[in-house]
Design a protein around this ligand. Sequence first.
Ligand code: NAD
Length: 321
Amino acid sequence: MYVIPEAIIGDHISRDDCFEAVEQVFASMAAKTAYNFPVIREAIGHADALYGFKSGFDRNALNLGLKSGGYWPDNAEKGLTNHQSTVFLFDADTGKCSAIVGGNLLTALRTAAASAVSVGHLARPDARVLGILGAGHQAAFQLRAVAEQRKFEKIVAWNRSPEKLVSLEAVSNELGLPFECVSVEGLCEQSDVIVTITSSHDPIVPSHLVRPGTHVACMGTDTKGKQEVDAALMGRVSVFTDQIAQSITIGEAQHAVADGSLREIDIIELGAVINGAHPGRVSREEITLFDGTGVGLQDLAVAATVVERACAAGTAMDIKF
Ligand code: NAD
């Protein structure tokens, strides 16, 4: 069994690798050759933590396993990231554990890759302004990955605590892109692509502010009760997702489906667009929205890539188990 510690993950996977792995997984899910098992996510009644499992099986890639972990809100004070996760891979032929892989950086990379895949397939080709709501741990990863998908000329950003936006400003400077801190109104007014990556439990983006032609990637809502955009927005746009079952239960669509603004049958899997079974965006004016809930198969795919690379580089620890 191989062990790939968190500290070396970044040496063995790039944003391009993650984009490719996540795009392939979404395509396989839509083709029904890969499927996720129901998500377990529980408040454990200790340290205010949310803990759970995401798991699945990809019959073509033979990726079988799970990501175990969750959210510990007080970790930042301990010098740790609030999200803690570990990926376990199993041999699909025998069930033996084949690898344990640090999942923290991979989670951020695969989540950013999911919104990048959505932007790659759904945003207008001439999108020039990227708006980000949120400035927590995930936000800079989102910015870097999405910025690669179009010829963006400007980044605008909003956060509940605006002083935290310095981290995004630093990334924008690194990318050579002008950066502006704005209100939610200002962000919607300027942005061609909007990424929401907060842990909000109430809508931040009102429906009427989102302009025709915008692509919105809702990435923060991955649990029952969270919400980032007005439910009414979901009823007037084309809604795409990684997985419909998660979208309507733990994703952004949970609220719109519950209040009747959106029907489950109108939600499209992004994989169907990747596979060519759905046309995706069909006009300049259309508003497209990706409800990225985060699926276990994304974790397995990027972890499998890391294992392959680390083994080839001789950096994977081989443990008799
Ligand atoms: P974090 O704790 O580092 O940052 C949280 C962010 O949310 C901050 O910008 C904070 O200002 C903002 N925020 C919190 N409460 C808010 C509120 N009520 N209104 C507006 N903004 C608020 O978290 P993170 O690691 O950056 O993760 C952000 C979100 O993304 C979380 O909800 C997390 O669960 C989710 N997430 C989703 C996926 C996925 O696959 N979809 C993967 C990882 C994380």
